[in-house]
Design a protein around this ligand. Sequence first.
Ligand code: MTE
Ligand code: MO
Length: 372
Amino acid sequence: DPYADDPIRHPALKVNSQRPFNAEPPPELLTENYITPNPIFFTRNHLPVPNLDPDTYRLHVVGPPGGQSLCLSLDDLYQFPKHEITVTLQCAGNRRSEMTRFKEVRGLEWSAGAISTARWAGVRLCDVLAQAGHQLSETEAHVCFEGLDSDPTGTAYGASIPLARAMDPEAEVLLAYEMNGQPLPRDHGFPVRVVVPGVVGARHVKWLGKVSVEPEESYSHWQRRDYKGFSPSVDWDTVDFDSAPSIQELPVQSAITQPKDGETVESGEVTVKGYAWSGGGRAVVRVDVSLDGGLTWQVAELDGEEQRARKAWAWRLWQLQAPVPAGKKELNIVCKAVDDSYNVQPDTVAPIWNLRGVLSNAWHHVHVHVAP
Ligand code: MTE
Ligand code: MO
C-alpha cells in the first residue's frame, strides 16, 4: 500500500477520499478562525504523501544557459530574506458538489470547504530565480514546478505559472517552509511548497523538488489535461483540453458556513456567517445576503484583516444578524460577494456548469427551518 506511510489526520475533517487523502473542514469550524489551524486546513492530495528527510532534502533550480543551476538545502534557503504573508488557498473544485447536483461531473465531491487561510513564511521565488541568473527578458516563459510525490510509474505532480508573475516582487510568490509559524505539516508539503497568492490551489506545488524556466507551460497532466474551464456544451467526447487556458487567477467566491443546510434556527433573530474571497489580489468590497432566496438583500459586515489594494491575498470573513421575517417557516438564505473590479457571482449553476466541475461560484444557498 503506497499510502501506508501517510500522516495521521484530524478526526473533524470530512473525508472525500482516503487514498489519496482529500478532506475539508466542516463549515462551522472553517470560519471559526480567520487563520485556519493547520490540523483542519483542507487537504488535496493526488498521490501518496512523500516522507522527506529535512537533512538530505535538496531543491533543484535549473539556471538559464550561461547561468548557474542551484542545489539548495534547507539551510541554503534560510539564507535568503524571509517573507511572511497571509494567503487563502482554494481548490478549483471547491463547491463542486453543487455542480454535481445540477448535472453529473467528474471529480471529488467537495462542499464549500476546499478553501483555507494560513500565514505562510519562506523565501521569494524571484530572489531564488535571480540567484540562478534568471531575468524577466524571457517574457513568454513559464516557471515549472515538480513535486517529490509520484505515481507508480514515477510521474511527479507538476504545474507552472507565467515567469512574469514569478519574477514580480509585488506578486509575492513564495517558496514556503512555514505555515502558521510551524514547519509545513507533511500533508501541506513538508519541507517546502510553492505559494502563489491569488492563484488556484493546483499551482501551489507541495514537496517541491525542482524549479525550471521553460518556453512552454508544464507538460504535467494537471497543467494541460485538467484544471481548465469549458462551456456547458462540452462533454467528455468533445472536450479539447488544448483549446482552453489553464486556470490561474480564480473568480470571486463566497459561501455561507452558518447556519448549516437543513438546520432549525430560532425565530426572532438569525446570525449568518461565511467567507468571501477573490483571485488575483482583488479585494472583497461587499457581501450581500438574502433570507428570501434573492428577492431582497442586506449588506453583511466584513470581519477579518483589512485587505491591501491589488494584494488582497486572503479572504474576509463576514456576518449578518437579521430579524427572521414574522410568520416564516423556512428561510432560503443566499450570499454573493462583489470584488473591487465589480465582478459578481453568477446567480445559478446552469450557465457555468462544466464537465470537470471547476470554478463553481454561483450564489450559495442554505435552506433552514424556523423553530415554531
Ligand atoms: N502539490 C503536489 N506535489 N501534489 C498534489 O497533489 N495538489 C494541488 C496543490 N499542490 C498537489 C500539490 C492542489 S490541486 C491543491 S488544491 C493544493 O495543493 C492543496 O493544498 P493543501 O493540501 O495544502 O490544501
Ligand atoms: Mo485543487
